[in-house]
Design a protein around this ligand. Structure first.
Ligand code: G3I
Length: 629
């Protein structure tokens, strides 16, 4: 293994971790400056001001979306940084040297006979922007086999090339956009047990040379755009984003703008140009997009945006829509809505398909705390408000998700002191539930409180309040909206094991303490070889026996090497039948609508494919809803 840095620099000059702490502490100070919205805040700690007028979304220009039958708003102020943009790496981590390898050890592995793979001689690097790095990775395995290897996230423009001798070479020319400390992680996979993995990061510090003219000016590019299928005469919107690794903002031009089309720079995000076109004929559409360097106008690339246009009849489906069939069986059937789906090219088709087939909708991401409350006293409601408008337009119920979760927490919450978190949690529940009280009547109040082995999952909430946080969250939710249905939502409780046992114990303890709880959400993220149907039915019965409702909240059935669309359909049909045969099962909700936008899109887990064509799973759901009595 060798590391060669062309134009090598002195290693070792470091930046401090202090910057990240400053970010967190700043967030905390900001939090401390706010007043609390409720008298529940125990002191002057991290308070979270209730939403104010300046959090109210404003109407969005219809030129920027594909919403046809409901109003769309956008956030009022400047764009807030994405959560991952806040947590920059700084010098203290770089100074600490090479990060420790992170091991992923499967349950039951006997480490005395199988050692993890590892990488040798890696080191943090420091390089000038414009120079090229070459690092050869050669994973080792004490058991003598040849480990597999894959990079977690390649930087723009980087390569990770196979040398076909068990080693791979990472090549990268960082530019102005990469100045700072970057993490590059490669995972080695044990040959004997692929679940046994070792992830090794290196930190790469990129600094600007004194003379920036030594940095090559590279051509800009167009951000990746998925292939899309749309419907004739629907509005189609593309958010075209230019990327220039030199850190400048390229301009975008459409040399031959089609009829019935417009293109204009988004007034809030100057790197985005919104192309809107209404295709009036079926067929494959291709539009040339010219991305021009803002420093050297003679430097540009022409890339193509293409999409497939089908007639409305191409989306007709035999039989009765799922929504109508489910209504006849007195249950809801639903999906998780892609955040801001009306900003996607196929947003009109997405909305129409959802409205025809589903009676309940869950926001996939827009109500997660790091999105909806990214800074103390700051809120981003537009995406959720728009989903409420959509649901109102089509008479859909809304499933609020999530309130209290261990993930997707904004940096300012992570930075709070434990003693401030009960008040913070109460304020948050009050602020969010109150805003949507007239539209959202069902809530995942506590999401995924249990760990795989049946203990309580570690989180800022559990650290501060122990398991009482669950009691307090449910009590606060009941206090805010006495008529709402309150759930605990969990995954991997469809089959026997310590986690479901712990869930039953949790429910019994909550009920013994008269803590309000109306039901349990079974997420059901499954693979198509799932076969523990009897166990699932018995788990539903155990929850029903405790007087609680059951919601299937996040159903998706991922295909794997040895499964087919038919086996996938059979799992959907059996899950739906089990729900229909359990009188306390109130809803069957999928985690998405089309494979195009699934969080597991590589496994095609949903009833609609990327072209909105019904898969056998859709037909299987129809049959279950028509038959099982
Ligand atoms: O919106 C940002 C985008 O601006 C940024 O460029 C991009 C790249 O970093 O990230 C985007 O945010 C991502 C978000 O999905 C929207 O795509 C987050 O990084 C990513 O972490 C987030 O993943 C979601 C995940 O929950 C974590 O919140 C998945 O979409 C979502 O399907 C998944 O859903 C969860 C349920 O809420 C709870 N049950 C399990 C289920 C699956 O993990």
């Amino acid at each position: 293994m060798c590391t060669s840095v062309k134009n090598p620099l002195m290693h070792g000059s470091n930046r401090s971790h202090l910057a990240r702490c400053l970010v967190l502490c700043t967030a905390f100070i900001l939090a401390g400056c706010g007043g609390s919205s409720s008298d529940n805040n125990p002191g002057n700690g991290a308070a979270n001001l209730a939403p104010g007028q300046d959090d109210e979304p404003v109407p969005e220009n219809t030129r920027f979306n594909t919403a046809t039958n409901f109003s769309v708003t956008r956030e009022p102020g400047p764009r807030l940084p994405e959560p991952e943009e806040i947590l920059e790496l700084t010098d203290v981590e770089f100074n600490r040297g090479l990060p420790a390898a992170v091991l992923q050890t499967p349950d039951g592995l006997d480490t005395s006979i199988n050692q993890p793979p590892f990488f040798e001689n890696l080191q943090n690097l420091e390089v000038l922007a414009g120079d090229t790095i070459e690092v050869v990775y050669q994973p080792q395995d004490p058991d003598g086999e040849l480990p597999g290897m894959f990079p977690e996230k390649l930087p723009q423009g980087a390569q990770f090339v196979d040398n076909f001798d068990g080693s791979k070479t990472f090549t990268w020319q960082p530019l102005q956009m990469d100045v700072g400390i970057n993490r590059f992680t490669v995972t080695a996979v044990d040959a004997a047990d692929q679940r046994y993995r070792s992830s090794q990061s290196i930190l790469i510090k990129v600094v600007l040379p004194e003379d920036s003219s030594t940095i090559p000016n590279v051509a800009p590019m167009l951000d990746t755009i998925l292939a899309h299928t749309v419907r004739v005469n629907d509005p189609v919107v593309f958010e075209l984003k230019g990327i220039d690794l030199n850190g400048t903002v390229p301009t975008i031009e459409i040399p031959d703008l089609p009829a019935m089309a417009s293109v204009e720079q988004d007034p809030r995000f100057n790197e985005i140009y919104v192309l809107k076109v209404v295709p009036t004929t079926v067929g494959e559409f291709t539009i040339d997009v010219l991305v021009r360097d803002s420093v050297d106008p003679g430097l540009f690339v022409t890339e193509q945006v293409s999409f497939n246009v089908l007639a409305p009849s191409a989306f007709d489906r035999p039989g009765t829509a799922l929504r109508a069939l489910a209504q006849n069986r007195d249950i809801d059937i639903g999906f998780a809505a892609l955040q801001s789906f009306y900003h996607r090219p196929d947003g009109a088709l997405y909305a129409d398909t959802a409205a025809r087939e589903f009676s309940i909708v869950t926001p996939e991401n827009s109500m997660k705390m790091d999105h909806i409350n990214p800074q103390p006293g700051r809120y981003q409601f537009a995406a959720t408000d728009n989903l409420v408008s959509f649901a109102r337009q089509y008479g859909m119920r809304i499933h609020g998700h999530p309130l209290i979760w261990y993930r997707q927490l904004p940096a300012w919450v992570e930075a709070t002191q434990p003693q401030d978190r009960e008040g913070l949690m109460r304020d948050y529940i009050t602020n969010i539930m109150s805003r949507y009280q007239s539209d959202i009547t069902l809530w995942d109040v506590v999401n995924e409180p249990l760990s795989d082995n049946g203990g309580f999952r570690d989180s800022v909430w559990f650290e501060a309040m122990g398991e009482r946080y669950i009691d307090l969250a449910l009590q606060q939710a009941r206090r805010v909206d006495p008529s709402a249905t309150l759930l605990i939502n969990e995954f991997d409780i469809a089959f026997a094991g310590p986690k479901f046992d712990a869930l039953l114990q949790l429910v019994d303890n909550l009920q013994a303490r008269q803590i309000p709880l109306d039901g349990i959400g079974f997420q059901l993220h499954l693979f198509a070889d799932f076969d523990q149907f009897d166990e699932l039915a018995s788990h539903f019965a155990a929850i029903a026996a405790r007087g609680l409702d059951i919601y299937i909240t996040e159903l998706d059935v991922s295909l794997s090497a040895n499964t087919t669309l038919s086996t996938q359909a059979d799992v959907y049909q059996q899950i739906a039948t089990i729900c229909l045969q359990q009188s306390r099962c109130r809803a069957l909700q999928m985690w998405g609508l089309t494979d195009q936008y699934s969080f597991r899109s590589n496994f095609d887990p949903l009833p609609f494919d990327r072209a909105y064509q019904a898969k056998p799973a859709y037909r299987a759901l129809q049959q279950a809803l028509e038959n099982s009595r």
